[in-house]
Structure formats: C-alpha cells, structure tokens
Design a protein around this ligand. Structure first.
Ligand code: ADP
Length: 466
C-alpha cells in the first residue's frame, strides 16, 4: 500500500511539475518571448524601410548629381535639355518626359526638341496659354506642381491628350528662375498611380536645377530670331546698295562725258566762269563715281566674289600703283618713295582685287600726309608670305579710332583734315586680303604717321623678280 501511495505521490508530483513547466513555458512565451519577437520583427521592418529609403535617396542624389553635371558642362543648351530628359526618364522609369517652354511671340507652351516618348509629329504639340483646361497651363500660371494618378479620367487634365499618349500617371512642375516662370516639365507613365509625392518633390528640385539652361535656351532662341531678322535686313540693304549703285553708274558716265566734251571746247568757247563751274562739277562727279565704284566693289565682295588666285608679280603691281599716284602727290607737295628689294618671290593673288588694296593704301597715305610729307611703299620676302607696306609721316590715327578703322563707313575723327572720303576703302581692302587667306594690319602714332602692311601667300613657283 505504501508502495502504491509512493507511486501516486510521485505521479502527482510529476504531473504538477509538468504542469508548472507548461505554465511557465506559456507564461514566458506570452509575456516575454512574443513581445520580444514582435519588437524584433518591427525592428527588421524598420531596417528594411531604412535600407530602401537610403537606396532611394542615393539614387535621387545620383540623379541630381547627373542633372547638375549636365547643366554645368553641356554648353549646347538644346542637347543639355535632351540629356536631362534622358536622366529623368531613366530614374523615374517614365514613359514620357517633355519640357514645354513659353513662346512669348505666339503665347503658347511649346514642346521642346529632345522630348522622350513622343512621336515626331507630337513634338509639334503646343498649347495656348489661354487654355486653362490644360494642367500644364495652370502649373505655368500658378506655379504649383500637379500630380494625377489617372490623367485619362481626371477632370484637371485634357483627357484627349492623355489618351493620345496612353498616359495614366502624370506629374507637371513649373520651371522658374527667381524673376519669372519659363515653362513646365511634364512626366508621364503608362501605369496608374505610378508616381508618388516623393517623385514630385524630386522633379521639382530637378526643374529648379535646369532653370538656368532653360533660360539660356530661351535667350538663344530670341538671339537667333533677331540674327535672322538682321540677316534679312542686311540682305535687303545689300540688294538696295547694289541696285542704286548700278542705276547711278550710267547717268554719271553720261554727265562726265558731256562735261569733258564741254571742257575740251567741243561745244564752243567757254567763259572763265563757265570753265570754273564745270571743273567744280567734274570734281563732284568724280567723287560720286568713286563712291559708286566702292559701293559696287563692296557689294560684290559681300555677295561672295571669288578671288582668281594666280602667280602675281607684286613688285610690278606696287610700282604701277605708285606711278599712277605720283603726279597727284607731287602737285600736293608730297613725295612717294618706292623701295623694292633685289629679288622677291611672286605672290598668289588676284591682280584686279589686290590692285584695289594697294591703290587704297597708297591714296590714303598721300591723302593723310601734310604737304612736304613722305610716303614710303615697300615689299619684303617673308618666306611663305610676301609683305607689302605703305608708311607715311602724316596725321596718324587717333587711339580711340584704331579698333574701328576697318569697319564699313568708319572715318577717324581727324579724317576731315585729309579731305573727303567714304570710309569704305579699308573695309574693302581687309575683305580682299582675308579672301586671299592673308592678313592686314597697321601701326600708327597720332601726329607722327601710320604704316599699313598686308601679307599674301608666296607662289609655289617662287619666281624671283628684280
Ligand atoms: P576714306 O579714306 O575714304 O575715308 P578708308 O576706309 O580708306 O576711307 O579709311 C578709313 C579711315 O581710316 C580714314 O577716313 C582715316 O580716318 C583713316 N586712315 C586710313 N589710312 C590712313 C592713314 N594713312 N593715315 C591716317 N589715317 C588713315
């Protein structure tokens, strides 16, 4: 019996112990382990969230760095916009990215070249700034970003366009500098509810970064429009000058012919006064003829006159020009000296046009030298080039005028002391020398004199002249 009760006691104890262990296990599990497990799970989730957040942030940072690098380094604004579009499309996994800039001339928002995900005909898309149904126009006007999860069924968008482009998710942000709004940046996705607030925030930052290049693009466009208008005006002016000069030439030749006939006495004896008046008229007509010839030469050069480059004896050309001008210079009490070295290689040049250059430099030197002054014409072998110089000890060119002296119609402030002129000769001379692949320059000291020089290529045959 006592054995039996011992066994029962033992069983009882065992059952009690098992129950206590069971209770302790569940107590520990509910009270301690489970909360710990829950805490652990929450921490794990938080860690995963942080990991995803840091990946997203580093991708955002990379995107912004890429955009900033493009904006800073790409000098071609149009290609920079294209590059930014590509970065946005890649990072946001977008199906459509476009810059729409305001065109002040037409009062529209216009899709810029380089847009992503638009067919070429859709690149012509433009929306009037009066069309308030367009989310782009509203964003442009009120400066607030716009986000739609399903643009095809959103009263705030023009559903027709969203359907055309198969876009559901749509984000639009303004592009603005400190002083004005330039346009909008629009990003779309084929998927619904694809973009979140964080995407919109990033897009706003990108739009801010690109405002500088967008502004440059707008300015460039304005500049090129102005340049086009100026080009058209310039062409009109050239045509006008050329037409008028042609129309002047024939009557002037007729007038000159009759004056010469009368001065020669072929129409009868002239009184002294008649002769005097006719001589004054002849001088005036000569000046007009000179002006018309220069205008015609200039319009031919600007219309792209071609230089016939042939081996040319510049020494002969210089000598002939000096001889043409010596008489007039001597009458005015001025001396021309022509210094030619023993042998100089021939140049490659167009005789007619280079004669104009040399004549002009020589006549200027004579004109702007005081009576008793000297003009020195020289030629030098410079290896690959032949150099012609015309120096004088005359009025000189004032320092303030020097940088403009080759401009059309420009005359220095002391030019009147040398007599009348058009201010075209040097512009023509420079054009001709440049068309020869040469160079023209001058040195001058006010009151002491001026030296003009130009070089043109040596002829390959290197024939020597004496
Ligand atoms: P123009 O002689 O008909 O005035 P150019 O184009 O030949 O026109 O010359 C432009 C201007 O350059 C002249 O009006 C004059 O002021 C200045 N210039 C040219 N050559 C000389 C020179 N040798 N000495 C001083 N001034 C000169």
């Amino acid at each position: 019996m006592s054995e039996l009760s011992a066994t029962a006691t033992f069983v009882l104890l065992a059952v009690t112990a098992a129950f206590a262990a069971f209770a302790a296990y569940w107590y520990l599990r509910f009270e301690r382990v489970l909360p710990l497990e829950r805490q652990l799970r929450r921490l794990g989730e938080k860690a995963e969230g942080l990991r995803r957040f840091s990946i997203r942030k580093s991708r955002e940072a990379k995107t912004l760095v890429d955009v900033a690098a493009t904006v800073t380094h790409d000098r071609q604004t149009q290609s920079a916009l294209g590059a930014v579009v590509a970065i946005i499309a890649r990072y946001l996994e977008a199906d459509m990215v476009a810059f729409l800039l305001a065109d002040e001339a037409t009062g529209e928002l216009v899709v810029q070249p380089g847009a992503y995900g638009l067919a070429s005909e859709e690149l012509l898309y433009r929306v009037p700034l009066t069309d308030e149904a367009s989310s782009s126009v509203r964003v442009f006007k009120n400066g607030e970003s716009f986000l739609a999860g399903d643009a095809q069924n959103d009263p705030g968008t023009i559903a027709r366009y969203a359907r055309l482009w198969k876009i559901h998710s749509l984000m639009t942000v303004p592009i603005a500098t400190e002083s004005r709004t330039l346009g909008v940046l629009r990003v779309g996705s084929f998927k619904r509810d694809f973009f979140k607030k964080e995407h919109l925030d990033l897009l706003s930052v990108i739009a801010g970064e690109t405002a500088v290049i967008v502004e440059t693009a707008v300015l460039n466009r304005k500049l090129s429009r102005t340049a086009e208008q100026l080009g058209a005006l310039n062409r009109m002016k050239d045509d006008f000058v050329s037409l008028v000069s042609h129309e002047f030439k024939t009557p002037l030749t007729t007038i000159m012919g009759f004056i010469t006939v009368m001065l020669d006495g072929d129409t009868g004896e002239l009184t002294d006064q008649q002769r005097k008046f006719l001589n004054v008229t002849k001088t005036a007509v000569k000046r007009l003829e000179y002006l018309v010839t220069e205008l015609l030469d200039l319009s031919k050069l600007e219309a792209g006159a071609h230089m016939e480059l042939r081996p040319l004896n510049l020494a002969d050309l210089l000598r002939a020009s000096v001889e043409r001008q010596r008489g007039g210079a001597e009458i005015a009490g001025k001396t021309i000296i022509c210094e030619l070295p023993e042998a100089v290689p021939w140049a490659m040049g167009d005789e007619r046009w280079l004669t104009l250059v040399v004549d002009n430099l020589l006549s200027n030197a004579v004109k702007f030298t005081r009576p008793g002054g000297r003009v020195n014409a020289s030629l030098a072998d410079k290896g690959d080039f032949v150099m012609v110089c015309v120096a004088d000890d005359g009025l000189g060119i004032p320092a303030e005028d020097r940088e403009h002296i080759f401009e059309k119609f420009y005359r220095a402030r002391n030019a009147a002391q040398g007599g009348a002129g058009t201010g075209l000769g040097l512009a023509i001379a420079r054009d001709i020398v440049l068309k020869h692949g040469g160079k023209i320059w001058f040195e001058s000291e006010t009151g002491k004199g001026t030296k003009f020089c130009f070089v043109v290529s040596t002829s390959r045959q290197r024939e020597a002249v004496l």
